[in-house]
Design a protein around this ligand. Structure first.
Ligand SMILES: [Zn+2]
Ligand SMILES: [Zn+2]
Length: 174
């Protein structure tokens, strides 16, 4: 299987027939504010069922996407799994007024449904890990990798104050 346009002519004529699919397939990048690339082919696992005037597509798709962390700006990969739960209406269905996917020339094109499912599932602010420390707002250092001097300065100032206080206390004692 090397396309997401699937010939369904063998289940179109009989209500109740069902066909299972399991395959890998490449997928184009997603556009969610910026371009997001998949790191490899996606895993598809679903069935198509003829339920009368429409075909039901149910199952899941998973793939790995390359994100940029919202806090520390590094690139990281994360697995995203989405559910497929779509209806493809038959061409001849004249009662259909909804904006739905359609069976065209005995084929269904899954690309739109897959893209929609992923876009709904994407994190709005992806982070590389739950406890990502982000970048120092002062010097830009990635705080996951090492501390920066800005933090130390703050500590130093506090220590200095304590030292001064101690000195003054000792002076008063004299
Ligand atoms: Zn991060
Ligand atoms: Zn810093």
């Amino acid at each position: 299987m090397n396309t997401l346009i699937i010939d369904v002519s063998d289940i179109l004529t009989t209500v109740g027939t069902k066909k299972e699919f399991k395959f890998e397939n490449e997928f184009k990048p997603l556009y969610a504010g910026k371009k997001l690339n998949f790191t490899g082919p996606l895993n598809f696992n679903f069935f198509i069922e003829n339920v009368g005037l429409e075909l039901l597509v149910k199952g899941d798709v998973q793939g790995k996407l390359r994100f940029t962390c919202n806090r520390c700006l590094i690139e990281f990969k994360a697995k995203v799994k989405v559910n497929l739960d779509e209806v493809f209406t038959l061409e001849k269905n004249e009662f259909d007024t909804k904006e739905t996917f359609k069976v065209v020339d005995n084929k269904i094109d899954l690309r739109g449904a897959v893209e929609q499912a992923f876009l709904l599932e994407l994190p709005i602010r992806p982070i590389c890990k739950e406890n990502c420390k982000g970048l120092c707002f002062k010097c830009g250092q990635n705080l996951n990798l090492s501390k920066c001097n800005c933090l130390d300065e703050k500590i130093d100032v506090r220590l200095l104050k304590l030292k001064k206080l101690k000195e003054e206390l000792e002076k008063n004692r004299d």
